[in-house]
Ligand binder design. Structure first.
Ligand code: TA6
Length: 295
């Protein structure tokens, strides 16, 4: 169990029977749960609201396995690896991160910082020395900042994403706005080109959706009439936005995803994916942020 070196009001560390460590955060604005496995937030509940995040009832909740929901931190690649047997979406979400800091801010929000550093142990899939910090600010909004530093001598190219699973009343009745007129890769066919796909108006979900929008530097919103709410997703350090819902057939082939769960969620991901990968120059931090709020 990580040693929680700080006595911070509203922050407690516990472990599931599987050994999965969970940091629980409660303050006047919201409550949250963050697993040290992957620096993976699995719940963010603003006071008086429903959880903004969704987790499959069939998700693994075991150290070293990906959690199906919340906000997986995909790093240092997005999507499948070109290396045989390497995990999809990088290794960072499978590793136990260290709790570097927990503090109450003057605003009353809570900051939690988790760290993954190549000096901690061997990371055979990384190929270069690195430091990652995942900074959560849990308040009336949820801010997430991924700071990545290449500690090597040569530039390296990485892909990454804050792969957020949003809870919705019914994915068949929501709209995702903010992508109008933007081209997208249709990842369902694993295309490597735009193929002329351009978003017209708000995105609605009536089939499997797995689109990588680029260039998409702006904010998006999930308009959810069923729950009478709009979730705003603001970001920086990202020019690609990924939207995913597995729909019926894909839901059936994922062991950690219920066959009937696809109406409950939509992924809207702030990413450096595909042609938006980033070159990490030695020693220079690269930062990806997202801010989630209810409008
Ligand atoms: O972000 C969309 C996506 O790349 C989909 O293609 C699907 O694979 C999803 O991520 C989930 O990936 P995972 O490796 O967590 O099963």
């Amino acid at each position: 169990m990580s040693k929680l070196k700080f006595d911070v009001p509203g922050v407690t560390l516990s472990a599931l029977p599987s050994g999965l460590e969970i940091l629980s955060v409660t303050n006047k604005f919201a409550s949250a749960k963050i697993s040290t496995n992957g620096a993976h937030i699995i719940s963010y509940v603003p006071a008086g609201e429903k959880d903004l995040l969704w987790v499959s009832k069939k998700s693994h909740m075991t150290p070293g396995k990906p959690i199906r929901g919340g906000v997986p931190v995909c790093w240092p690649w997005f999507g499948s690896s070109d290396k045989q047997g390497w995990p999809g979406h990088g290794f960072a979400r499978l590793e136990t991160w260290e709790i570097a800091e927990a503090a109450t801010l003057d605003s009353g929000a809570t900051r939690v910082v988790l760290k993954l550093d190549s000096s901690m142990r061997e990371f055979p899939m990384s190929g270069f020395p690195f430091t990652l910090h995942m900074i959560f600010t849990v308040g009336s909004t949820l801010e997430m900042t991924l700071v990545m530093v290449n500690k090597g001598e040569k530039p390296v190219t990485v892909g990454c994403a804050l792969h957020t699973y949003f809870a919705v009343s019914d994915a068949r009745k929501i709209a995702v706005s903010g992508l109008d007129g933007i081209g997208y890769f249709d990842y369902r066919v694993k295309t490597t080109k735009f193929d002329g796909n351009v978003q017209k108006g708000d995105l609605k979900i009536a089939e499997e959706v797995d689109y990588v929008y680029f260039p998409a530097p702006g904010a998006t919103e999930i308009v959810d009439p069923g729950w009478g709410r709009i979730v705003k997703i603001e970001k920086s350090g990202s020019e690609s936005t990924v939207v995913w819902n597995p729909w019926i057939e894909k839901s059936k082939v994922m062991p950690d995803y219920g066959d009937e769960e696809y109406p409950e969620m939509v992924c809207v991901e702030c990413a450096n994916a595909k042609c938006d990968q980033r070159v990490l120059q030695p020693g220079i931090p690269n930062i990806l942020t997202q801010k989630l709020s209810l409008r």
